[in-house]
Design a protein around this ligand. Sequence first.
Ligand code: GDP
Ligand code: MG
Ligand code: K
Length: 298
Amino acid sequence: MKKQKFKSGFVAIIGRPNVGKSTLMNQVIGQKIAIMSDKPQTTRNKIHGVYTSDNQQIVFLDTPGIHKRQSKLGDYMNQTALNTLSEVEAALFLIDASEGMGGGDRYIAEQLKNIRTPVILVMNKIDKIEPEALLPLIEEYRKLHDFAEIVPVSAKHGNNVSTLLEQLGKYLPEGPQYYPDDQVTDHPEQFVCAELIREKILQMTREEVPHSIAVTIEDMKVQDNGVVYISAVIFVERDSQKGIIIGKQGALLKEVGKRARHDIQNLLGSKIFMDLWVKVKKDWRNQDRVLRDLGFGR
Ligand code: GDP
Ligand code: MG
Ligand code: K
């Protein structure tokens, strides 16, 4: 079957507390996401959820701290959030349509002033308002920012959420599938494995391979025989780097696999079987920073 070009990218979710960010993620991704939202907030960006369909994958990032705070840490967190916002493909700005505009919304809009990233205004909780109330509200919000799209939804009941995902697709570039189909949140052990593989490559290639490689774990599961199966992809920017990492008759990649397997076996305390693939992904560096924040690349 001929597939259309796959698109993927990162999307930040912003909005003051209780506007329905978690509810929206649950609606988009399903119940499984709950694991993620229970994690304590850190100053780092974290993955809120991963949505995968036949033709696109969207990695939703929670951006902590884009609200008023009076501390150094608050400033830092706001800066982190703003850095993220300028590097993602698009941002969803969620508001609570049943409450109307508040100071929190105005503050966020203020922060968006110097950012060129397309911002989609998501007017949530439309199930709680009269349809006539929507247009005046849209007009009011329009004055805050030049939104790329305005999409009214009910995250709780799922109304118009598919439209939102469609609209979002317009802002995603062609790109790889970063996560396997069934992965909806990040798993720390997968990141650690990816890091170990990356470390071995850097150890063995030195300056021949720039540090722009990234490793993603495509599959990780315990087989019936108790062996943990891991499939990992090493992304590089150029064909020449791919050659270096594979080495003569695959020798270097084999050694990377051997060393990484040793460490990962120690880490997991069980036998592992590992498949390593090398793929060229041009323009990798464009997303380098976002990925680094996620624990990929560097
Ligand atoms: P967050 O703080 O932005 O993550 O907000 P939550 O997702 O935790 O939602 C806050 C509250 O709003 C919860 O009680 C949700 O059930 C409720 N909520 C979220 N979306 C909707 C919606 O579309 N309609 C209605 N009626 N309630 C919603
Ligand atoms: Mg929440
Ligand atoms: K949250």
